[in-house]
Ligand binder design. Structure first.
Ligand SMILES: C[S@@+](CC[C@H](N)C(=O)[O-])C[C@H]1O[C@@H](n2cnc3c(N)ncnc32)[C@H](O)[C@@H]1O
Length: 272
């Protein structure tokens, strides 16, 4: 598995720990089954990362609430997960058609633990080598679909700005109208709060791509319209993912409130 793909185990372990709590934030009961003994051993020291871990279960919860709204309006909506990792939404959400795109090694392991054919919703897994293969070609079977939400979660921080722009060029070329849910973190946020988790991820071999202070810029340049934004720090308090007195949010953490957010964008080629 490529080093950046190892970060999928990081997200997965946190979701498994969350699911074992009496009052989980996300309650992803599938996460545990993807963990190998080796992944459990490697991830154990990450338990110390209380706030990054809390933000990491709040992020999928926020994304899931937005997806659930989409699916209430449109139960056949296509949900495309780019860099899906060990996401199990095709099994947990009540509707939707799902496409999971990720490195072959991630999806092979996933398939061995939770076969796509056993999902209650239609699910297609699409293996790709992001470095050498064309995402546009991989998404060709769904080209032109217009009732679509794309999820790019826990991915952009590992990419360069050029790679983000390339990804958005592909998504906007394939899908004429769609919503995009994506978490974006600023360079300032990581410099202030992220040193410890960054060092741990580096030990896994995963490096941040190119953090900037306005990570939304390539999205705006690609023609996306921001329609929603949720602060992960605020979410940690809202969902009680970790102790977060309001006074902390109003003082020491204040500069970070908008530094790490889930964004919802909409794209419509007709009104670019
Ligand atoms: C931190 S994990 C997040 C996984 C999942 N979205 C989640 O939130 O649990 C990052 C994922 O991005 C995938 N990835 C690697 N390179 C990528 C690229 N260029 N574009 C999209 N995803 C990529 C990795 O294989 C890995 O599964």
């Amino acid at each position: 598995m490529k080093p950046v793909s190892m970060t999928a185990f990081y997200c997965c372990a946190i979701r498994a720990w969350d699911a074992s709590l009496p009052a989980p934030v996300l309650g992803d009961g599938y996460a545990e089954r993807f963990l190998t003994d080796e992944a459990r051993r490697v991830m154990e020291p990450y338990r110390a990362e209380r706030y990054p871990n809390a933000a990491n279960v709040v992020r999928p919860r926020i994304i899931e609430e937005s997806l659930a709204d989409d699916l209430r309006r449109s139960p056949r909506r296509l949900i495309v997960l780019v860099g899906a990792g060990f996401d199990s939404r095709a099994f947990r959400l009540p509707a939707g058609r799902f496409v999971e795109v990720d490195e072959a090694a991630v999806l092979a392991h996933k398939e061995s633990r939770l076969p796509a054919a056993s999902a209650p919703n239609p699910l297609t897994r699409v293996p790709i080598d992001f470095a050498t293969e064309s995402l546009e070609e991989k998404l060709a079977p769904w080209r032109g679909e217009a009732d679509v939400t794309i999820v790019v979660e826990g991915v952009t921080m590992y990419l360069t700005q050029a790679q983000v722009a390339g990804l958005l060029a592909t998504l906007t070329a394939v899908f004429p109208t769609h919503a995009l849910l994506c978490d974006l973190v600023t360079a300032r946020f990581m410099a202030r709060y992220g040193a410890s988790i960054e060092a741990r991820l580096r030990q896994l071999g995963a490096h941040f791509g190119e953090l900037v202070d306005r990570p939304e810029v390539p999205f705006l340049e690609a023609g996306y319209r921001p329609v929603g934004r949720w602060s992960l720090m605020r979410g940690v308090r809202t969902y009680r993912a970790a102790p977060m007195p309001w006074i902390m949010l109003a003082t020491v953490l204040r500069p970070g409130v908008t530094g790490s957010q889930v964004w919802r964008f909409e794209f419509d080629r007709a009104i670019r």
